[in-house]
Structure formats: C-alpha cells, structure tokens
Design a protein around this ligand. Sequence first.
Ligand code: HEM
Length: 311
Amino acid sequence: MTTLEKDGSHKELKVNFYATTCPNAEDLVAKEMKQIQAEDPTVMASLIRLHFHDCFVRGCDASILLDSGSGTEEKDATPSLSLRGFDTIERIKRVLENACPKVVSCADILTLAAREAVFLSQGPRYDVETGRRDGSTSIAKETYTNLPPVNGSISAIIGVYAKKNLTTKDVAVLSGAHSLGVSHCSSFSYRLYNYTGTGITDPTLNNKYAEKLKKQCSPTDNNTIVPMDPDNPLTFGLGYFKSVLNRQGLFNSDEALLHNKATRAYVAAQASAMSSQQFFDDFTQSMVNMGRVNVLTGTSGVIRSVCGAYY
Ligand code: HEM
C-alpha cells in the first residue's frame, strides 16, 4: 500500500469544489487564460509543465511557486530554472482574490490553468477535481530526487512515477505533453556532442534529426530554444508519439519509452492512430491522477493570497 492510499487525502477533492464558496472561479480562470493565450500562446505549454513540477515535488501544493529570494526553494533547483508562467499564475490569483478573497488555493489555480492550457491548445477539456490547499514548505534539493531524470532509463522513470502512485501507462500518456512547447538546447545537447561523456552523438537519435539539431544548437549554447514537436509546437496532439517512434524525441526520457513493452506499445499505437480521441481520454485520466499526488485537503495546508509568498 502506498502513502497515497494510506492517507487518502485525494478523496476529499471533488469536481466543482468551489461551487458555493466561489461559484465563478473556474469561469474566471477560463476567461483569463483565453486572454493570456491571445497575448502569448507559448505560455500554455509552460503552465502544463509548472503543474507537473508542482505535483511531483512534495505533491500538488503550489510549493513550486514559493519564493523568499533565499535561493533554496524548489524554483531555484536546476530543473526548475527553465520553468515559466509564475507571473501568469499570480495574475490569475489576483483575479480570484478580487472575486473571492482567500478562497481558491494556488495549487488549484495551477491545476485549473493547466486544464485550460490543454484545451486552448486544441486538446481535450476535462473536469478537474479541486479542493487542494497550499503548502508552506519548499526545498530545492527535493526536486532532484522527485522529478523523473531526463537521462534516466525507463525503469528509473517508471520507479519515480510509481512512488507518486502513477502507473506505467501514466508515464507514456503524460509524456505526450511534450507535443507542446520548447526545450533549451542545454537540456539535450549532450546527446548531440558528448553522449555518455565520450564525444559521440547518441546513436539512438535519428541521424538526420541530430544533424538538424546541431545546426540549431552549438555545444555550449544555453539560450536557444527549439520546439519539441517541430511541426506543431502550439497544438496538443499525436505528433509527439510519431516523433518518438521515428527516434526524434528530444530527451533520453522520450526515447526511453521505446524500451519497455507497455510504453512502446502505447507510443506505437498513438503514432498510427487515426484519431486523437483515445489519447485525449487517456490524458484526461492521467492528468486527474497526477493532480491527486500528495494533496493537502480539509484543514491541512493554507490558502495563500499571493502564490509566491509565505502568507
Ligand atoms: C520523464 C519525465 C519528464 C522529463 C524528464 C521531462 C523533461 C523536460 C525537459 C528537460 C524540458 C525542457 C526544459 C527546457 O530546457 O526548457 C521539458 C519541457 C516540457 N515538459 Fe517535460 N519532462 C517530463 C515529463 C513531463 C510531464 C509529465 C509533463 C506534463 C504533463 C511535461 C510537460 C512539459 C512541457 C509542456 C514542456 C514545454 C515547456 C515550455 O515550453 O515552456 N513534461 N520537459
């Protein structure tokens, strides 16, 4: 039995938790997100990633947002440095504080914003459970052991997910979020120039694709960003699975999906699917599963009024 099953805190989450306490909360998030997308559609991907990083480290408790300026919090850890969207969450929080002060948690705003981001990027729109409360602890070093490793084997990645009560299927399905957004060259350039420290190109990476990436990313480039699904970086869909099957996944963690029978089968099925419906249904379920990880509910945790601040 896992910690999650033991504490069962996610059972206190429910769809439309704010129906009586802040009836317009979800509409207000949706409206603001539409405006945010019109201003900068690339933020959509960043918000989905922010929710993932929040949930994997200390649960979906908005600890990723805490910022005392001390340099010791989750957002200061190396894998967090390319996260974006913190201001966007504060912007939505301000709208909700105007409507219903100290009612809607930052953890729920992250969940609701991710849901809208998927939908606005032409993915499914799904019901999300709410009722999370915010934590008041954020420790940079917890990030390193709780996030799946970008250069990890499939069994290491499945192991990290399992600790969050997430399945092998969730690994394959949630990885599909990489159909949206961008990566810095620095996150994968070791695959181009110095794979396993031996100065070679990762032989599992499609040759032509590796050459194309080398033109975009020099060995020391820390600034350039490249789309993870070059054909459709702003559209949520099956492109990611096609890329992975063609050995054009940017990260070792993407390529790793081909090294487990179940994850490989999922990638292959979605890469040749006639419709995105199955993936959309699966993604909906896996996002709900991820949104349940180690949540604070009931009288645990707090409702912050500024998401980055400890009050
Ligand atoms: C094995 C698991 C995963 C690993 C190792 C991983 C790693 C990464 C890395 C290295 C980047 C690029 C960062 C940069 O250099 O800018 C990235 C981007 C991204 N990831 Fe993941 N990720 C994983 C799972 C997930 C999951 C579960 C989600 C969401 C459900 C997700 C959503 C995203 C999105 C949307 C982006 C693009 C962000 C943007 O454009 O700002 N990832 N990921």
